[in-house]
Each structure stands twice: as structure tokens, then as C-alpha cells.
Design a protein around this ligand. Structure first.
Ligand code: NAP
Length: 270
């Protein structure tokens, strides 16, 4: 399999590359301001906001499959337009596309979200990810859209935030619930999906819904850190507009894929 990973310098993209190289695939990975650190990957610099450059690269690489991960918080051109450019080029090349989306497309509510629920974004990042989904679905109707949640594991920004809060350098929200997933499980699920013809949105997240503060406590217990100094707050007190409770129901993915999507309580068991 010849695979193009757009955003191979990112946390998830690098893990997708690592597993694909390990499986013997021929992997080309892109970076923009960072670097691709995975041995065995042919690297290319790419700015996804440049539609012509995306088309040119995909035409040159001639991948059988493409994984699209790029986003930049607060940057519509990267997150929404960039995803559209990747989908356009993948469809043009006849390559199978897995586009990585987010639980941020939802407004938040106590009940879990099913796979096919339409986006209901309430903040700019969620709106950009929702726009990306719509563009991808129009330009490449056969593409799979992986809606995922907090990505944890070694090197995760989410876990670093917990350590910062435990050290009193940041605060964790007690009222923001998500379904964290390990980066290795997510990458394996993405690679599996590439070999299917699944089209449309698919929730790929862990089965445990926890608040960011609960995640901090799990991280503390796992690392043997006293959580007494952990700083917490609420989204309302911090004045942020973000979805509060977003639970992704990943039952469909669990049935479709061989990859087991582990919950964060299992992942962070001592
Ligand atoms: N992290 C989470 O907890 C989380 C939760 C839900 C959904 N997601 C989704 O999962 C995906 C991967 O997240 P991640 O945490 O792996 O992200 P990440 O580590 O921040 O990586 C983002 C990637 O986007 C690339 N990028 C940024 N601007 C670009 C541009 N103009 N042109 C080309 N590439 C550009 C970056 O390249 P350079 O670094 O080289 O500039 C990097 O490879 C994203 O689509 C995100 O929305 C993430």
C-alpha cells in the first residue's frame, strides 16, 4: 500500500506513519512548520492552504490511500479549506481518504452522539471542523470521516495539560466531558479503515467519558503524583465558549474494526 499522511509531523499523523511503516507500507508524510520524526517515511513540505500545491503533491506521489490530519486552532484556512483541498486532490487521484474530524463539531449535551448526527458547532474551531466535514463529503463522498475525542498517550498535549495542572501551572475544567482515546488505538483504527469502503462519519473514541479534571486525577494516580495541588475551574468561570459534555458513541466502530478502543480508565490503570 502506498500511503500519503498529510500532517505526518503531528501527534496522530506520526503514529499513523509509525504503524504503516511497521506494516511494510510505502509511506510519504508531510510537514509544514515542524518535522517528521518517523524513520522510513519519505517526507515532503506542504501547506494545505495552497490548493495547487496539494494537487501537485498528490499527483506526484500517486498514493492509493490518504490520511488527512491537519488543523490549526483558530485558523479556518488550514482546518476547513485545507481539508477540502486534500479531499479534492485525493478524489482526483482516485485514492481512498480517511479524514480526521473531531467531537468539537457537536454542541454538547448529556446524551451520547451517534455517528450520523449532523454537526451543531458552537465555537469557531468546531465550525471549522464541521465545514471541513461538509467539504470532504461533497468532494469525496466515499471518504471516511473519523470523529474522535481527546487524543492521549505518550507525548499527548492533553496529558501534558494534566501535568501542568497538577504542578499548578494550568487549570482543568470540571464540567468539560470527553471520551479520550489512545493515539495507538486511533492510528490503528485509521489504518484499518483505509482498507474498508466505509463512507461518512464514524465515531472513533474511547468508551469512558471523563471530565478533564477526572483525567487529571487518573494521570496523577498513574504517575504516582499527589493530586492535592491540581488546579481546576469550570468553563463558565474561565469564560470560554466550548461544548461542555460530548460523549461519542463508538459502538459502530467497535463492531466494524478489529482494533480495540480502550477506555482511559484501562489505559491509566497503575
Ligand atoms: N489532539 C486532540 O486531542 C484531538 C481531539 C479531537 C480531534 N483531533 C483532530 O485530530 C487531528 C490530529 O490532531 P493532532 O493532535 O495530531 O494535531 P497536531 O499534533 O497539532 O498536528 C497538526 C498537524 O497539522 C499540520 N499543519 C498545520 N498547519 C498546516 C498547514 N498550513 N499545512 C499543512 N499542514 C499543517 C501540522 O504540521 P506542522 O506541525 O509541521 O506545522 C501537524 O502535522 C486533527 O484533525 C484534530 O482536529 C485532535
Amino acid at each position: 500500500m502506498r500511503l500519503l499522511v498529510v500532517g505526518a509531523s503531528g501527534f496522530l499523523g506520526a503514529q499513523v506513519c509509525r504503524q504503516a511503516v511497521g506494516a511494510g507500507w510505502s509511506v510519504v508524510g508531510t510537514h509544514h512548520s515542524g518535522r517528521v520524526e518517523v524513520p522510513g517515511v519519505e517526507t515532503r513540505r506542504l501547506d494545505v492552504t495552497d490548493r495547487a500545491a496539494v494537487r501537485e503533491l498528490v499527483a506526484r506521489v500517486r498514493p492509493e490511500a490518504v490520511v488527512g490530519t491537519p488543523y490549526r486552532y483558530g485558523d479556518w484556512a488550514v482546518t476547513a479549506d485545507g481539508a477540502a483541498h486534500v479531499a479534492y486532490a485525493a478524489a482526483e487521484a482516485g485514492a481512498r481518504l480517511v479524514h480526521v474530524s473531531s467531537d468539537a463539531v457537536h454542541a454538547g449535551r448529556p446524551e451520547p452522539y451517534a455517528d450520523d448526527e449532523p454537526p451543531s458547532p458552537i465555537f469557531p474551531y468546531g465550525a471549522a471542523k464541521a465545514a471541513a466535514e461538509t467539504a470532504v463529503r461533497v468532494l469525496d463522498p466515499g471518504a471516511a470521516l473519523v470523529r474522535t475525542s481527546l487524543i492521549v498517550g505518550e507525548g499527548s498535549k492533553q496529558i501534558q495539560l494534566c501535568h501542568d495542572a497538577l504542578a499548578g501551572r494550568a487549570s482543568l475544567f470540571t464540567d468539560e466531558l470527553r471520551c479520550p482515546i489512545d493515539v495507538t488505538d486511533l492510528a490503528a483504527a485509521v489504518l484499518e479503515l483505509l482498507r474498508t469502503d466505509y463512507a461518512g462519519p464514524l465515531n472513533v473514541a474511547g468508551p469512558d467519558a471523563v471530565s478533564r479534571a477526572e483525567l487529571g486525577l487518573l494521570v496523577a494516580a498513574h504517575a504516582g503524583i499527589d493530586p492535592a495541588g491540581m488546579k481546576t475551574t469550570t468553563g463558565a468561570a474561565a469564560g470560554v465558549l466550548r461544548p461542555a459534555e460530548v460523549r461519542l458513541d463508538s459502538t459502530r466502530a467497535a463492531g466494524l474494526l478489529g482494533t480495540r478502543l480502550r477506555g482511559v480508565r484501562e489505559l491509566l490503570t497503575r
